[in-house]
Design a protein around this ligand. Structure first.
Ligand code: F6P
Length: 344
């Protein structure tokens, strides 16, 4: 084992640079291994765009959001030519093992390459959505929750002054982790998530009940992937990525419009969008990302391929990528039920 290839794929998230720094420092400092940075996820292996990562290259990046390697949602399995280029480039650059930092799509490709071609790959979980199986938390999530909570706090004061309903749309494509946790932390009066079906009429009823008790404003937090019961929400189907994900965003506007109609209360909508993914990671995310990066290198050296470094309780342990890509980690309904105690 001489050379590790390192890539970050999928949507970026705060903490990626902390992983890159940890992988490079552990590889060079502890094991005297070289690290080759692969640009923009799997795309860098398709196009053959790589750069050596030295200790110097990763100095001063711990606190920086984004990823110095760049990222993309490229799927090398999309075409047989791309797949062949990927395999050729791995050989051409003398990459002995790959550390792939990503979510379900990036790690899905990692697992397939490991299975189909016995490539030596170790995964590191990342996503602000926190919906990866096999790990208790993903880094980036804590930062996103902090940003969303701060936004909810700010919206609270203006909602109160104007006696309005404030609808806050947060990210969460398939799961409502950010909505649930930030909603709880920010004292939301209703939280709408993909895992819990609800009609807008029910939401309106909750708000009206609240206002009958003398409350003059309400905060509704909605995850972007929420589908209101009985309403057909249309997204632009042609705007899909390599993994066939449609581009979400905008459900908050629909909810806000309907709520205003049903309650007669002045309503405003805020879509937080990519603000949740940008900027400096929290201390928690920096530490989690650092621990995962160090463990991933240790796993490479120990030959634990086809696995992902994961957080279980307070430990970082290997889990099979096969387990990780089997499905998604939905919101814990016990947690949601606690949040619901404070609705209305
Ligand atoms: O990485 C997850 C995520 O942030 C989802 O919550 C969201 O739906 C998606 O990425 C947005 O992706 P993009 O950056 O391509 O708009």
């Amino acid at each position: 084992m001489k050379k590790i290839g390192l890539l970050t794929g999928g949507g970026d998230c705060p903490g990626l640079n902390a992983v890159i720094r940890a992988v490079v420092k552990r590889s060079i400092g502890t094991y005297n291994l070289e690290v080759l940075g692969i640009r923009e996820g799997w795309k860098g292996l398709v196009s053959g765009t790589v750069e050596p990562l030295t200790n110097y290259a990763v100095t001063g990046i711990l606190h920086r959001g984004g990823t110095i390697l760049g990222t993309s949602r490229t799927n090398p399995y999309k075409s047989s030519e791309d797949l062949q280029r990927t395999l050729n480039n791995i050989k051409r650059f003398g990459i002995d093992a790959i550390i792939a930092v990503g979510g379900e799509d990036t790690l899905g490709v990692a697992w397939r390459l490991h299975q189909d071609y016995q490539l030596k790959i170790v995964g590191v979980p990342k996503t602000i959505d926190n919906d990866l199986l096999g790990t208790d938390y993903t880094f980036g999530f804590d930062t996103a929750v902090h940003i969303a909570t701060e936004a909810i706090d700010r919206l609270h004061t203006t909602a109160e002054s104007h006696h309005r309903i404030m609808v806050v749309e947060v990210m969460g494509r398939h799961t409502g982790w950010i909505a649930t946790v930030a909603g709880m932390a920010g004292g939301a009066d209703c939280i709408l998530i993909p895992e819990r079906s609800m009609s807008i009429e029910e939401v309106a009823e909750t708000i009206k009940k609240r206002h009958r008790t003398g409350k003059t404003f309400s905060i509704v937090v909605v995850a972007e992937g929420f589908m209101p019961q009985g309403l057909d929400v249309k997204y632009e189907k042609e705007k899909t990525d390599d993994f066939d994900h449609i581009r979400l965003g905008g459900i908050g506007n629909l909810i806000g419009h309907k709520l205003e109609e049903l309650t007669n209360i002045d309503t405003r909508v805020t879509i937080l969008g990519h603000v949740q993914r940008g900027g400096t990671p929290t201390a928690y995310d920096r530490v989690l990302a650092t621990r995962l990066g160090v463990k991933a290198v240790d796993m490479v050296v120990a030959g634990e391929f086809g696995n992902m470094a994961a957080l279980k309780g307070s430990d970082i342990v290997p889990v099979s990528l096969e387990e990780v890509i089997k499905g998604r980690k939905s919101v814990n309904m016990e947690l949601y039920d606690i949040a619901q105690v404070f609705f209305g």
